[in-house]
Design a protein around this ligand. Structure first.
Ligand code: NDP
Ligand code: HSE
Length: 432
C-alpha cells in the first residue's frame, strides 16, 4: 500500500493562534492522519523571539527569524501566516509564499480586507489555495458554511456578532457592572483582543471580517473602504441598562445586505431583541446569520476568539489542503468577482434608540418633539425617570421605522438645543 506524502507545514507567528495550532497538531496528529491519509507535519516556524517556550517541542523544527524566508522554504508545502497586520511582513511573506508555489492559510482578516482580491487572484492563477476560515468568527465555520454549505442559494443578507472582544466587554459590563477598561484588559489577557485593541473596540476588526464575508456571500471584490464603521467606546452602563429595560441587548454587529440600491455594509452597535439568537449570544461567542433565498435563515454560533477555537479553524483549512480539496477563494473564481456597488448607511430604514442628558426644566421635551416632527421622525416610546429641577437627567426614546438621513438631521438639531448637555447617543434597533 502506498503511503501519501506528509503535508509539510511552515508556521509564521507563534502567539495565541500559532501556539494553539502547534498544540492542536501535536495532540491530534493521529486523528488528522486518519482523516486525511497524511501526516500533518510542522517542518519550520518563525516568530520574533526564538528563546520563548511555545508549549511544544520545536527542537527538530527549522527556525526562521525572517517569516518571508520561511515562506519560500523548499521543504514546506503550506505557509501558515499567523502574525497579523494588513501590510508589512505578513503581506510580504504571503506574497512570497504564493510566488514560490506554496498554499497559504491565514487568520489575518486585516490582510484579506485590504488585499484579499489581489491575493486570491495571485493564488488561483498559480493553482494554489488561499484559505482563511480562522479570519472570520474564530472557531465558527462561517466561511465554509457560507461558501460551501449555502452554495445553492442567492444570499440576501449576512449579519452577526463578529468580534469576540466587544461581545465579551458588552456582556461583562451588563452582567457584572464592571468598567469598560477593566473588562478590555481581561479580554487582552485571555488572548481575544488584537495586538492593537482599538481595532476591536472601534469596530475595525469586525469591519475587516464583514468585508471578507460580503465577498463570499455576494461574489463581489473585497471592499473594506465602503464599510460604515462605528465602535463601542461610547456605550455606557446607562444605555446597557435602558436596553435591558426595553427588552433589548446591545451588540456590535456587522451587517451586509443586498438592497435595490446596492450592497449595504455596516458595523455599529445595535439593539436586538433579548430572546433572538443574536440577543442570546453572550461573552466571547460570535453568531453569524445567513439568509439564503432557498434555505431561509441559518444561524451559526461559537467562540469567536482565543487559541483553541481559532486553531480549530486553521487546522480545518490544513485538512482541506491535505485532502487536495480546493474551492475558489471567495466562492467564485477571483477574476469573476464583481466590483461592489455600495449602498450608503444614509439609506438605512429602521428604528432607533436615542438617549440625551438634558436640563430638567419645562419645555425641553416640547423642543425635542418639535424637532422630531420637523424631520418626520415618529416616536414609539418615551422615558424620563426621576426629577431633578435644573439638573441633568437622562431622557430616552425609541422611534418607529424612519430614514437614517432624517434621524441624523434630527439628532444634529437636537444636539444643538441649549438644554441638551451632551451629544445625543443613538443606537440603531434591528429586529433580527
Ligand atoms: P499574537 O500577538 O499573540 O502573536 C503574533 C505572533 O507573531 C507572535 O508569535 C510574534 O512573535 C509573531 N511575530 C510578530 N512579528 C513578527 C515578525 N516580524 N516575524 C515573525 N513573527 C512575528 O497574535 P494572535 O496570535 O492573537 O493573532 C495572530 C493573527 O491571527 C492575527 O492576524 C489576528 O488578527 C488573527 N486572529 C487572532 C485571533 C485571536 O483570538 N487571538 C482569532 C482570529 C484571528 P513573538 O511571539 O516572538 O513575539
Ligand atoms: N480580536 C478578535 C476578536 C479576534 O476579538 O474577535 C478574533 O478574530
Amino acid at each position: 500500500m502506498s503511503v501519501a506524502k506528509p503535508l509539510r507545514i511552515g508556521i509564521a507567528g507563534l502567539g495565541t493562534v500559532g501556539g494553539g495550532v502547534l498544540k492542536l497538531l501535536a495532540s491530534h496528529g493521529e486523528l488528522l492522519t486518519q482523516r486525511t491519509g497524511r501526516t500533518l507535519q510542522v517542518t519550520a516556524v518563525s516568530a520574533r523571539d526564538a528563546s520563548r517556550d511555545r508549549g511544544v517541542d520545536l527542537s527538530s523544527v527549522r527556525w526562521y527569524q525572517d517569516a518571508a524566508a520561511l515562506a519560500v522554504d523548499p521543504e514546506i508545502d503550506v505557509f501558515v501566516e499567523l502574525i497579523g497586520g494588513s501590510d508589512g511582513i505578513a503581506k510580504r511573506a504571503v506574497e512570497a509564499a504564493i510566488a514560490a508555489g506554496k498554499h497559504v492559510v491565514t487568520a489575518n482578516k486585516a490582510l484579506l480586507a485590504h488585499h484579499g482580491s489581489a491575493l486570491a487572484t495571485a493564488a488561483e492563477s498559480a493553482g494554489l489555495t488561499l484559505a482563511f476560515e480562522a479570519a472570520v468568527a474564530g472557531g465558527i465555520p462561517a466561511i465554509k458554511g457560507l461558501r460551501e454549505g449555502l452554495a445553492g442559494n442567492n444570499i440576501r443578507e449576512v449579519h452577526g456578532i463578529l468580534n469576540g472582544t466587544c461581545n465579551y466587554i458588552l456582556t461583562e459590563m451588563r452582567t457584572t457592572g464592571r468598567d469598560f477598561a477593566d473588562v478590555l484588559a481581561d479580554a487582552q489577557r485571555l488572548g481575544y483582543a488584537e495586538a492593537d485593541p482599538s481595532f476591536d473596540i472601534d469596530g475595525v476588526d469586525a469591519a475587516h471580517k464583514l468585508a471578507v464575508l460580503t465577498a463570499v456571500a455576494f461574489g463581489t471584490k473585497v471592499d473594506f473602504k465602503s464599510v460604515h464603521v462605528e465602535g463601542i467606546r461610547h456605550i455606557s452602563a446607562l444605555d446597557i441598562n435602558y436596553a435591558q429595560e426595553l427588552g433589548y441587548r446591545i451588540r456590535l454587529l456587522g451587517i451586509a445586505r443586498r438592497t435595490e440600491a446596492g450592497i449595504e455594509q455596516r458595523v455599529h452597535p445595535c439593539m436586538v431583541p433579548t430572546n433572538s439568537p443574536i440577543g442570546a449570544t453572550d461573552g466571547v461567542f460570535n453568531a453569524v446569520v445567513a439568509d439564503g433565498d432557498f434555505v431561509d435563515k441559518v444561524v451559526l454560533v461559537g467562540r469567536g476568539a482565543g487559541a483553541g477555537p481559532t486553531a480549530s479553524a486553521v487546522v480545518a483549512d490544513l485538512v482541506d489542503i491535505a485532502r487536495g480539496r480546493s474551492t475558489p477563494t471567495f466562492g467564485v473564481p477571483a477574476e469573476q468577482l464583481a466590483p461592489l456597488v455600495s449602498s450608503p448607511i444614509s439609506r438605512r430604514q429602521g428604528r432607533y434608540y436615542v438617549r440625551l442628558m438634558v436640563v430638567d426644566r419645562p419645555g425641553v421635551i416640547a423642543d425635542i418633539a418639535a424637532t422630531l416632527r420637523d424631520q418626520h421622525v415618529s416616536m414609539e416610546a418615551f422615558l424620563q425617570r426621576g426629577r431633578s429641577p435644573g439638573e441633568a437627567v437622562p431622557v430616552v426614546w425609541t422611534t418607529h421605522e424612519t430614514d437614517e438621513a432624517a434621524m441624523q438631521s434630527a439628532l444634529a438639531a437636537i444636539g444643538a438645543l441649549d438644554a441638551v448637555l451632551e451629544p445625543p447617543r443613538m443606537i440603531r434597533i434591528e429586529d433580527f
